[in-house]
Design a binder for this molecule. Structure first.
Ligand SMILES: Nc1ncnc2c1ncn2[C@@H]1O[C@H](COP(=O)(O)OP(=O)(O)OP(=O)(O)O)[C@@H](O)[C@H]1O
Ligand SMILES: [Mg+2]
Length: 356
């Protein structure tokens, strides 16, 4: 009996339709016109459509005019060069939004013409995001090393400067000089704060994870920041449910997170503004949202937030949110930023209640 070929038509169909990458066959009508002849089902779910809808469709009907033209340029390049083309390109779909693909296009040459193109497109969006996160964490570790060095170098001279300033203050009787001493003291304290912020980035000091109530932590933070808020007539309002679970966390670090976020909200708000701090639980997570009605952040700038040294403030160091991100990562949580220009900003910290 004749042995059945391993690659009979059914097997080929099975392979074709179950490959998770996008595989497609394009019919070249002429250099300007291309039709989709076949496309595998493995990826079809992404397009809210069925194979029948797509077959015979022009590429612009499938991808939209602008993206269709972008694809046609690539098809033309493969045809003219008569060689396999490999490139990375982003496309946007109604359901999936922005996706980045690694695409290979193979021109099928019959006689003297290219009658078809076979394409494969691998979705590499997540891979790219992960790579970017890696770059980001490498940046942070460089900042960490830098911080340790700078803190070490600066702390000693700063201590002697502060000591001598105290001595001058003690001996001084002149009220003018008294004013200068006050300014110098404030500035020294600011330098010390910056060094401390650097140190949190370099290595979180004493880590002591325990069960705490988030509302207690928030109350302490509000107590700390109320003076600053009051000076600008900004009201800090809280909204908590009656019962809240305890969260396994490093309370000093979480305090630092909420201080940085609420400070940003105060700095973004106009005099007389209102900032709402609300806590909600959902399933295994607790969410703390800080909402302000300040200037807001544009879509482009949201992506820059949390990069060390990114700041739009004259006296900002741009470390506030970078520190928050790092601490929240250590708690296996997430930082979600929702903002639009003119409408204000909502920053949500999502923490697992019982992470170990
Ligand atoms: N609630 C907010 N509303 C508007 N813009 C904000 C808000 N929070 C953060 N930003 C923007 O993000 C930038 C980075 O914030 P981040 O806290 O990291 O640094 P910073 O506040 O500038 O400096 P600092 O190190 O003193 O905190 C800010 O400069 C600001 O442009
Ligand atoms: Mg800040």
């Amino acid at each position: 009996m004749e042995k059945k070929s391993a690659l009979d038509i059914n097997n080929l169909k099975l392979i074709f339709h179950h490959i998770s990458d996008l595989v497609f066959l394009i019919r070249v009508v002429d250099l300007q016109h291309y039709e989709i002849e076949a496309i595998n089902e493995g990826y079809l779910g992404n397009y809210q459509t069925t194979k029948e809808d797509i077959s015979g469709k022009r590429i612009e009907e499938f991808l939209g005019v602008d993206q269709g033209i972008k694809a046609i340029r690539r098809f033309q390049e493969a045809i003219i060069r008569r060689e396999t083309l490999q490139f990375e390109e982003a496309y946007t779909f109604p359901e999936q939004g922005y996706r980045m693909f690694d695409i290979t296009l193979v021109p099928i040459i019959e006689g003297n013409t290219v009658a078809n193109l076979i394409g494969t497109a691998k979705d590499i969006t997540e891979k790219r995001i992960n790579e970017e996160q890696l770059v980001q964490s490498e940046k942070l570790s460089v900042v960490g090393q830098l911080a340790a060095g700078i803190a070490h170098e600066l702390k000693n001279p700063l201590t002697s400067l502060k000591g001598f300033l105290k001595l001058i203050d003690f001996e001084n009787k002149n009220p003018d000089i008294e004013r200068y001493i006050k300014v110098m003291d404030t500035e020294f304290t600011r330098i010390e704060q910056i060094i401390e912020e650097f140190l949190v980035l370099a290595k979180p000091n004493k880590i002591n994870f325990c069960h705490h109530r988030i509302d207690d932590i928030i109350e302490e933070v509000i107590e700390l920041l109320n003076a600053q808020a009051n000076m600008e007539s900004i009201v800090l309002t809280t909204e908590y449910p009656d019962t809240l679970p305890q969260v396994y966390c490093e309370s000093n670090q979480l305090k630092q997170v909420f201080i940085n976020i609420i400070k940003n909200a105060i700095e973004a708000s106009d005099d007389g503004g209102n900032i709402t701090i609300s806590i909600n639980t959902s399933g295994e997570h607790i969410q703390v949202s800080i909402r302000d009605h300040g200037e807001g952040i544009s879509k482009e700038d949201i992506n820059k937030l949390g990069s060390p040294f990114y700041t739009t403030k004259k006296h900002g160091t741009g470390l506030g949110l970078a520190i928050c991100k790092r601490i929240i990562e250590k708690h296996k949580g997430q930082l979600v930023i929702d903002s639009s220009i003119g409408h204000g900003t909502e920053i949500t910290v999502i923490l697992p209640i019982n992470f170990t």
